[in-house]
Design a protein around this ligand. Structure first.
Ligand SMILES: Cc1ncc(COP(=O)(O)O)c(C=O)c1O
Length: 359
């Protein structure tokens, strides 16, 4: 971030995502795009998977955090504050250390211990506050005011949206480079920063962007139906990063006219996607990261109520298009060893079906 950059980021658009990708190049990992014939066969489409689980800090949250912290460092701030279920906190902690700033991160009492440990290892002061978003936000605001350190929101923030969008932009570009341009792009949704960034990255193309939400954590689907950000009381899910009470105002303002729709997935479908990625690609993702693939598989199957189009965005006559190439952002890989063991052992029961497809 140059010193001529404004201290307050401008509203994001496609150009901001391109600038973000340019600025982040060399500062974060350019993660690989993976593909598996078995997954392609199951999806009935070519599926290109952007492995942000291999990103610095273990998730795509590093992109937005680097951009936001970089701007604040250039503006002369000495410290930053963040709250999240884990990955944004880890990313802000790492980004602050790289820029020589202090970081205070507020995490829930039930945060995955691997995320807490990673934030501490990156040098952040970890504050534990309740289990709800409201409790974390109140604590983070108070710390921000007391210390005079700006609060970096996990999704309702222009730099965070543009930074997260750079992962989608790289995927779109890589798909074009290998001669398989994307027809659809699928991104898991928590506060919707990532999917809003995907909408900006895809702006001006024919790529249809879908968000993926766990059943009962479908604030984006409800918000699209209602025409305004609509909270839910999030249901339990193994995808801990996809449980905010409500999508952010700015992500919603971007997605509301640009997103094609939302796919709802349950924990079993997320677990199936987790095992596919582990066994077929030898890639370890966290459940929130696997949700994107789970959504892409449901989208391909186009089953029942799983896919909800944004009002006015559905196909004529209700028949969904077939997508030849679908991009998926595997958003993160910070997962507890115990959860890996639990999810992986179910693989034994499902192995036959995967082998049948591979045969
Ligand atoms: C791995 C992972 N994927 C997806 C998300 C959701 O991102 P967003 O809040 O930008 O929708 C999160 C949020 O923490 C996450 O950690």
């Amino acid at each position: 971030m140059s010193r001529t950059e404004p201290a307050v980021p401008p509203p994001p658009d496609r150009a901001r995502v391109q600038e973000a990708a340019w600025w982040l190049s060399g500062r974060v990992v350019r993660t690989p795009v993976l593909n598996s014939p078995v997954i392609d066969r199951l999806a009935g489409a070519r599926v290109l998977l952007k492995a942000e689980n291999l990103q610095a800090g273990g998730s795509y949250k590093m992109r937005g955090a680097m951009l936001a912290v970089g701007r604040l460092a250039a503006a002369g701030h000495g410290g930053v504050v963040a709250q999240s279920t884990g990955n944004h906190a880890v990313a802000v902690a790492l980004a602050a250390r790289r820029h020589g700033l202090t970081a205070t991160v507020v995490l829930p009492a039930d945060a995955a211990q691997t995320k807490v440990a990673r934030a501490r290892a990156a040098g952040a002061e970890v504050v534990v506050a309740g289990t709800t978003l409201d409790e974390r936000v109140a604590t983070a605001r108070q710390i921000s005011e007391t210390r005079g350190h700006p609060l970096i929101d996990a999704y309702d923030h222009p730099d965070v949206i543009a930074g997260q969008g750079s992962a989608s932009l790289e995927l779109i570009e890589e798909a074009e480079r290998v001669g398989s341009p994307l027809d659809a792009l699928v991104v898991p949704v928590g506060g919707a920063g990532g999917v809003a960034g995907a909408c900006l990255a895809a702006a001006g193309t024919t790529i249809q962007v879908y968000g993926v939400e766990p059943v009962g954590c479908d604030s984006l689907a409800r918000s699209l139906a209602a025409g305004r950000p609509t909270p839910v009381a999030p249901a339990p899910t193994i995808a801990d990063g996809l449980r905010p009470t409500c999508v952010g105002e700015l992500p919603f303002a971007i997605a509301r006219d640009a997103i094609r729709g939302v796919v709802r997935v349950d924990d079993d479908q997320i677990a199936d996607a987790f095992r596919l990625l582990l066994m077929e690609l030898k890639v370890l993702v966290e459940p929130s990261g696997a949700a994107g693939l789970a959504g892409a598989l449901r989208l391909a199957a186009s089953l029942g109520d799983d896919v909800v189009d944004r009002p006015g965005a559905g196909p004529e006559g209700g028949r969904r298009e077939e997508y030849r190439t679908v991009g998926v952002v595997l958003t993160g890989g910070n997962v507890e060893a115990e959860l890996v063991a639990r999810l992986a052992t179910r693989q034994l029961a499902d192995l036959t079906s995967v082998e049948e497809v591979a045969a």
